[in-house]
Design a protein around this ligand. Structure first.
Ligand SMILES: [Zn+2]
Length: 312
């Protein structure tokens, strides 16, 4: 296991060693979706490629166009071209220290797999990881930015040697109730606490969504289904606080759309995809709230304008 681990605070960028493919079902379309993860050049970030259309959609916060049921990205020049449910892939890549990758998909929706990020972490482990020469860039939070909506709040504060996360949730359903979790985003912490937490929904919501033609691929195999005080999945929960773990997994995926790792403290209550995206937009729109820092591998020195340069 230890040879698989890269410190997510490593100073150099990483990509995949080789290509890896999988096939699954889209949660909303119910259609088969073929996804591949491919190595990518340094400084290229994560890019989603619609192989059916030959178009690339960079995984950036300003390409987010819908956050109602999942996080959807659209092509900056063709708003009708989108890719849905990117958050678990983004979380898995961020949590396993992958900076650069191309994620190909043959339609508009990524496969939901088991509703968690664990199958994607497995794919990354199968492909292996490659250290790249380029230094990693970090978005350092310099001042507190806060967004809120209808009793939900999300903040990014300065501090922390990585991304420190603290989240609480409060749902009327007795099976969920109030849950809170704090975690520093290390690879071990991500793998042990967040990766296998599944998405969740309510039995009543499934009926409503399926009547609206959504969640056609939804089943007890890819989501926790709650009915009041009860969890309907026969196998039960993977952890007593699996719900807040999954909300934190979603937040890691949504915050990875900043385009670089964030160093700061994320503090939130009842947040979701919409508020997470608003928080990122608010941070990055305020030039006094953050700065980009290049990490220096040994033998490199910090150059002008925050760009790392190799010592002569
Ligand atoms: Zn999710």
């Amino acid at each position: 296991m230890t040879d698989l681990l890269i410190d997510v605070s490593a100073t150099r960028q990483h990509t995949l060693k080789t290509r890896i493919d999988c096939v699954g079902i889209g949660l909303h379309s119910g259609a088969k979706a073929a996804m591949s993860l491919l190595p990518a050049e340094p400084d290229s970030g994560i890019v989603f490629r619609r192989t059916d259309l030959g178009l690339d959609i960079p995984a950036r916060h300003d390409n987010v166009t819908d956050t109602r049921l999942c996080t959807q990205l659209s092509h900056p020049g063709c708003p009708d071209v989108h890719v849905r449910t990117v958050e678990h892939v983004m979380a898995a890549l961020a949590g396993t220290g992958i900076d650069n990758a191309i994620v190909t998909i043959d339609g508009p929706e990524l496969p939901i797999l088991d509703g968690s990020a664990a199958p994607i972490v497995f794919l990354v482990d199968c492909a292996g990881r490659l250290s790249q020469a380029a230094p990693r860039r970090i978005i350092e939070v310099l001042k507190t930015v806060r967004v809120e909506h209808d009793g939900a709040i999300a903040e990014l504060r300065p501090g922390g040697a990585t991304l420190d996360l603290a989240l609480s949730i409060d749902f009327p359903a007795g099976a969920i109730g109030r849950q809170a979790l704090s975690l520093s985003l290390t690879e071990q912490g991500f793998r042990a606490t967040l990766a296998s937490a599944r998405t969740f929904t309510w039995v009543q919501e499934i009926e409503t969504m399926q009547q609206a033609g959504l969640a056609r691929g939804g089943s007890l195999k890819n989501a926790i289904v709650v009915d009041g005080d009860r969890v309907l999945n026969p196998e039960g929960l993977r952890a007593p606080n699996e719900f807040v773990r999954h909300k934190l997994l979603d937040a890691v995926g949504d915050l990875a759309l900043a385009g670089a790792r964030i160093h700061g403290r994320f503090v939130a209550h009842r947040t979701g995809h919409a508020l997470n995206n608003r928080l990122l937009r608010a941070l990055l729109a305020d030039a006094t709230a953050w700065r980009m820092v290049s990490l220096e591998p040994a033998g490199w020195s910090q150059g002008q304008y925050g760009v790392a340069a190799k010592a002569a």
